[in-house]
Write a protein that binds this ligand. Structure first.
Ligand code: FE2
Length: 206
């Protein structure tokens, strides 16, 4: 008798427990209170919202990784892949923290689309300057939301709060890496010489 046949036989011999398991698709472990949080609902709401936004950003960074065009194609293509990898890691950490505190996590596509509440990236080829502008704003928006959640769960669940701090620090780093391309430089980085407020230096700035 194979192991599979043994399991099937056991289920047939215990129809009542099998039916009970079917009618209640949770197990005891998912209903246990986790010692690390005194307010599981608050923790799971903060984590689920963050997960949804990280997944939305992941999809958008990949879309831009493929379609970015212009003089900055290659550095942005590479940078967007780094951001995608980072957000995939954090999304996994956040989702698994939800399981650790006793909740399921929801990573379904309709949930991402329906509840991330973020502007969608334009389709087709996307200009490098537009990529910079889009992600500078997008990362800032999500970083601000996560920053607020760090405070929301700080007292009830400091462990989740710490994880959200890591996520927020990464988002701020990604935001800076986009924003740095757009910041005007008033002086030469090497000599400190004036760059004429961004206007042409030769011919007296005319
Ligand atoms: Fe690629």
């Amino acid at each position: 008798m194979t192991a599979r046949t043994l399991i099937l036989s056991a289920l047939l011999l215990a129809p009542s427990s099998f039916a009970a398991a079917q009618s209640k698709p949770v197990n005891q472990m998912t209903t246990l209170t986790h010692t690390g949080t005194s307010d599981r609902v608050k923790s799971t709401q903060a984590l689920q919202a963050t997960l949804t936004e990280l997944q939305a950003l992941s999809l958008q960074t990949k879309q831009a990784h493929w379609n970015v065009s212009g003089a900055l194609y290659y550095p942005l293509h590479e940078l967007l892949q780094e951001h995608y990898d980072g957000m995939a890691k954090y999304a996994d950490d956040v989702a698994e923290r939800m399981l650790a505190v006793g909740s399921s996590s929801d990573g379904r596509a309709p949930v991402i689309v329906g509840s991330s509440n973020l502007p969608e990236i334009p389709g087709g080829f996307i200009d490098d300057a537009r990529v910079l502008n889009f992600f500078t704003q997008q990362y800032a928006t999500v970083a601000q939301r996560v920053f607020k959640r760090i405070k929301d769960v700080e007292d009830a669940d400091p462990t989740t709060s710490n994880l959200l701090q890591e996520v927020e620090a990464a988002l701020e780093k990604y935001q800076w890496q986009m924003r740095a391309h757009l910041q005007p430089t008033n002086t030469d980085a090497n000599s400190g010489a004036s760059l004429n407020g961004g206007a042409p230096v030769l011919n007296g700035g005319k």
